[in-house]
Design a protein around this ligand. Structure first.
Ligand code: PMP
Length: 401
C-alpha cells in the first residue's frame, strides 16, 4: 500500500522560493535581492573576521561535545542578555530576566509563543504588524495563538501609518499580545521614531498589552548595537514585562549556525525560576537541548574585549555598506528620471527596502532582467554592490517606465 498518494504539493516558501528561481537562472547578469542575508562588495557571503578568530580559538580548545542543559550555555546567555538589555539594565542586575538559548530567532519566537499559549492569562491573540516577516503568522498559529493585524505601513505615502497603528492597538482587547520589531522592521525598513516609541509604550501600558519584541537586526539598522536597542530598553525601563526574541543570524552573520535567545522580564528571582522551569518544559519535547557550537562561538566573541570590539566594527561596516548602497541607488534612479518619488530608498533602514514596485513589475524584472525579489517589492539592499547597481537601477527604471 502507498500511504502518501493523497499528499498535495505544498506551495513554495514565498521568500526561499525566490532564491530557488535565482539559482535556476543561467544568466550572468542575474541579481538576487530576495534573500535577507548580507553580501560583501563582490556579492559574496561574508564570514566575519571576529567569527573566524573565535572558530580558531574553539578549535584549539578541543572541548567535548556533551549535551548542553535544556536552557543552553550559561555564559552565552549572560553575554547575550547583556548585549540586548544593556549592561546597566535594572532587571538584569536584579537577576529577574529568564533567558534560554533558542534555535536562532525563529526558534525563539516559537518558544515564546508556546509559553504565551500555555500560561498567559490575557487573550491568546497576537497582533502582528501589517506587513510583517512572512513566517510570523505560521509560527504563531503552530504555537496555538490567534493572529490579528495592526496597521503599520502606509502604502500611499510609503512610511509608517502611525495613526492607524495607534488606533488598532487602542481598539485591541485589553491585554493583547503585541509583536513589535525592535528595529529595522522587515519587510518595510520603516521604524517608529524615538518619540513615537515613547507614545507606543504609554499606549501599550495603558491597555495592559504584552509587548513581544522580535529583535533580528540589532546593529544592522544604525550600525550601533546600543542605538538599535533603544525601543527594547526604553520599554524595559518603563516597567513593561516584555518578551524578547534575539537572533544572531544577521549581526554576527551566523545564519546557518542558528544562534539566538528567548527571554522575558519577570518581577522577582523566584518568579524567574518558576518561568524557567516551564520554559524547559516547552523546549524539552521540541528539540531537547540547543546546539553547542553556535553558543560557544557567540560567547567567545561577546566575552573577549578584543573580539567584541572587532565585531562592533564589522557590524558597522555591514550597516554602512548598506546605507551607502541606498544613497547610490537613490541617486541613480533620480538621474535616470525614474517616475515617482524614491525618497524612501534613502529613509528606510536596515537590510530591506520596500520599493513600492508592483507584483507585475516584480515579475517583469525577473523575466526580462534576471532580477529576483519577493512579490511585495521588497529588496535586500545587501544584494547590491558597485558591480551590479548600474544594471539594477537601469532595469528598475525601465520596469517603472
Ligand atoms: N524575525 C525577523 C523579523 C526576521 O527578519 C528574521 C529573519 N529573516 C527572523 C525573525 C528569524 O531569523 P533566524 O531564525 O534566522 O534568526
Amino acid at each position: 500500500t502507498n500511504f502518501w498518494s493523497a499528499v498535495p504539493q505544498g506551495p513554495a516558501d514565498p521568500i526561499l522560493g525566490v532564491t530557488d528561481a535565482f539559482k535556476r537562472d543561467p544568466s550572468k547578469h542575474k541579481i538576487n535581492v530576495g534573500v535577507g542575508a548580507y553580501r560583501d562588495e563582490d556579492g559574496k557571503p561574508w564570514v566575519l573576521d571576529s567569527v573566524r578568530k573565535a572558530e580558531d580559538i574553539l578549535h584549539e580548545q578541543r572541548s567535548d561535545k556533551e549535551y548542553l542543559p535544556i536552557t543552553g550555555l550559561a555564559n552565552f546567555l549572560t553575554l547575550a542578555a547583556k548585549l540586548a538589555y544593556g549592561a546597566d539594565s535594572k532587571p538584569l542586575a536584579e537577576n529577574r530576566i529568564a533567558v534560554v538559548q533558542s534555535i536562532s530567532g525563529t526558534g525563539a519566537l516559537r518558544i515564546g509563543m508556546e509559553f504565551v499559549a500555555s500560561f498567559y492569562k490575557g487573550p491568546h491573540t497576537i497582533f502582528l504588524p501589517d506587513p510583517t516577516w512572512g513566517a510570523h503568522p505560521a509560527i504563531a498559529e503552530k504555537a496555538g495563538l490567534a493572529v490579528k493585524r495592526y496597521r503599520y505601513f502606509d502604502r500611499k505615502n510609503i512610511g509608517l501609518d502611525f495613526i492607524g497603528m495607534k488606533e488598532d492597538l487602542q481598539n485591541a482587547d485589553e491585554g493583547s499580545v503585541i509583536l513589535l520589531h525592535a528595529c529595522a522592521q522587515n519587510p518595510t525598513g520603516v521604524d517608529p521614531t524615538k518619540e513615537q516609541w515613547k507614545e507606543l509604550s504609554d499606549l501599550i501600558k495603558a491597555k495592559k498589552h504584552l509587548a513581544f519584541f522580535d529583535m533580528a537586526y540589532q546593529g544592522f539598522a544604525s550600525g550601533d548595537v546600543d542605538r538599535d536597542a533603544f525601543a527594547l530598553r526604553y520599554f524595559v525601563e518603563q516597567g513593561h514585562q516584555i518578551m524578547l526574541c534575539q537572533s544572531f543570524a544577521k549581526n554576527l552573520g551566523l545564519y546557518g549556525e542558528r544562534a539566538g535567545t528567548f527571554s522575558m522580564v519577570t518581577s522577582s528571582v523566584e518568579e524567574k525560576e518558576r518561568v524557567l522551569s516551564q520554559l524547559k518544559r516547552v523546549i524539552r519535547p521540541l528539540y531537547s537541548s540547543p546546539p553547542l557550537h553556535p553558543a560557544q562561538l557567540v560567547a567567545t566573541i561577546l566575552g573577549s574585549p578584543e573580539l567584541y570590539t572587532e565585531w562592533l566594527g564589522e557590524v558597522k561596516k555591514m550597516a554602512d555598506r548598506i546605507i551607502a548602497m541606498r544613497s547610490t541607488l537613490y541617486d541613480k534612479l533620480v538621474a535616470l528620471e525614474t517616475p515617482g518619488n524614491w525618497d524612501h530608498i534613502k529613509s528606510q533602514i536596515g537590510m530591506f527596502s520596500f520599493t513600492g514596485l508592483t507584483p507585475e513589475q516584480v515579475d517583469a524584472l525577473a523575466k526580462s532582467a534576471h532580477i529576483y525579489m519577493t512579490k511585495d517589492g521588497r529588496i535586500s539592499m545587501a544584494g547590491l554592490n558597485e558591480h551590479n547597481i548600474d544594471y539594477f537601477a537601469n532595469s528598475v527604471s525601465k520596469a517603472v517606465k
